[in-house]
Design a protein around this ligand. Structure first.
Ligand code: C5P
Length: 236
């Protein structure tokens, strides 16, 4: 993936982590049409379904549908087929679902949307891997899952800023989407593996996903513009 071809504005995906269409509309108003890409996740999609996607597309935005699909291969393949009709450009599934699941998902997508494999959630730390019986470092676990995703033929992965350089090195052609982004001094919340926008871009991220630092800002449009400026300055 050539990150240089994407504008800084397009590289910052704003998470629409709000409860309903009314709140989504208010948030979109406050963003003043500045972002190009919006993430519709579980909270909004469970409440509003395809109407949430239509609300974004109706204002000219692109949609990243973050459903983190994780089930048997047949079920995920059929869910991916259904999702392809919704008009999202990016759709997530969990790499923990395994190679066969990801391969079937890639076949079902037929290139109509880019599939992204979530490697290890950015809210987890190495202690959580141990508790799950996984030996080795977080980086090893994330790189292993990214390699599986690449082998399965899916377009990209979601990883934290702390593994992005290793994943970029191991799987140069994957699209890398990075949440857990916090401008200097911002509240970390439940995220464990975080970094600033500039360092995530410098490490090789193609896209950043930013939620609370923009949603909860007094002026979301200004908070978005500040992240874009940091991305532009970090170059790449
Ligand atoms: O508010 P914050 O910036 O932490 O939001 C990050 C967003 O990215 C949330 O919507 C979350 O669901 C999503 N995400 C994540 N970690 C992943 C995949 C997605 O935080 N591995």
């Amino acid at each position: 993936m050539s990150a240089g071809a994407i504008s800084a504005r397009e590289r910052v995906i704003v998470a629409l982590d709000v409860p309903d269409l009314k709140a989504a509309g208010d948030f979109l108003d406050r963003l003043e049409g500045q972002p190009a890409f919006y993430k519709v996740g579980l909270e909004l999609f469970v409440a509003e379904g395809v109407r949430a996607i239509e609300a974004v597309r109706g204002r000219g935005g692109k949609v990243f549908l973050d459903l983190k699909l994780h089930d048997i291969p047949e079920t995920v393949a059929r869910a991916v087929s259904s999702a392809m009709a919704l008009g999202a450009e990016l759709l997530t599934l969990h790499t923990a679902g395994g190679l066969a699941m990801m391969k079937r998902a890639a076949q079902a997508a037929q290139g109509r949307a880019k599939l992204l494999g979530v490697t290890v959630l950015t809210s987890l730390a190495e202690g959580d891997l141990r508790a799950d019986g996984i030996a080795g470092s977080m980086r090893e676990a994330v790189v292993r899952r990214a390699q599986l995703a690449s082998q399965a033929g899916i377009a990209g992965v979601v990883c934290s800023p702390q593994e992005v350089a290793d994943v970029r090195h191991a799987c140069p052609s994957l699209l890398l989407v990075v949440p857990g982004v916090r401008p200097a001094g911002a509240d970390v919340g439940d995220q464990k593996r975080v970094a600033t926008p500039a360092s995530a871009i410098a490490a090789g991220a193609d896209y950043l996903v930013v939620g609370r630092p923009i949603r909860d800002a007094a002026n979301p449009a200004a908070a978005f513009a500040a992240v874009v400026a940091e991305v532009a300055a970090a170059g790449k």
